[in-house]
Design a protein around this ligand. Structure first.
Ligand SMILES: *Cc1c(COP(=O)(O)O)cnc(C)c1O
Length: 219
């Protein structure tokens, strides 16, 4: 099926308040333009270099989301244009984003990534680390970073109960933070295999790649 048809099929299933991030990592700019011409404007990439290249080549009204793990030394390359960084999992990274945002006279929206999966391998903060960041003086002094929500990835499993439990856990943390962080409005959870469950558990931003663009050649 075409990219346009895949997009329409997914969007037809989404409640109004859910934002679809079309994950275009590893895919050529031609594929992105196909989605663009179908009216889509929000794209997600997981490598800074690749996102910068695509940003340079493609229409400037595209909203670029960084969904991958970010190395601090790469922040400067995307700071001029990135619209949301999903995978923020340390205070040191926040400080660097703040610094680069200042240099560009911008405020950069960020999501804190929370570790919700059973697997050891997935990135993200646990509840203790999250709390440590939130109470720190450095965090309170950030000026050009806005924490607008949380992001999480569920365990890669066919066990629906497990996935649901992990998403519900993230939603509970999100709800409990509302009183501490004034700008929270984004809960980024759900990918091709689990976005229906994620939405049922309270997601309002899903990151979908292969169901739109087809399987990736690697990963
Ligand atoms: C690749 C990726 C996605 C999209 O995965 P699909 O299964 O292709 O939908 C979503 N979130 C993150 C963080 C990713 O790296």
């Amino acid at each position: 099926m075409s990219i346009r048809t895949n997009l329409e099929n997914i969007k037809n299933k989404l409640p109004n308040e859910v934002t679809l991030v079309a994950v275009s990592k590893t895919k050529p700019t031609g594929d992105i333009m196909e989605a663009y011409e179908a009216g889509h404007r929000v794209f997600g990439e997981n490598k800074v270099q690749e996102m910068v290249q695509k940003w340079e080549e493609l229409p400037k009204d595209i909203e670029w989301h960084m969904i991958g793990h970010v190395q601090r030394n790469k922040v400067k390359y995307m700071a001029p244009f990135v619209s949301l960084i999903h995978g923020v999992d340390s205070l040191r990274l926040l400080l660097e984003i703040d610094k680069q945002a200042k240099k560009n006279n911008r405020t950069i929206n960020c999501l804190l990534q929370i570790h919700i999966a059973e697997e050891e391998t997935k990135f993200g903060l646990d509840e203790t680390e999250l709390e440590e960041i939130l109470v720190s003086e450095e965090f309170k002094a950030l000026e050009n970073v806005k924490i607008v929500g949380l992001m999480g990835m569920a365990t890669f499993t066919s066990d629906e109960k497990q996935i649901r439990k992990e998403f519900a856990f993230l939603k509970a943390i999100y709800d409990s933070l509302q009183s501490k962080l004034p700008n929270l409005n984004t809960l980024s959870m759900g990918m091709s295999g689990d976005y229906i469950i994620a939405i049922e558990e309270g997601s309002n931003m899903i990151r979908v790649g292969s169901s739109i663009f087809g399987a990736r050649k690697y990963q």
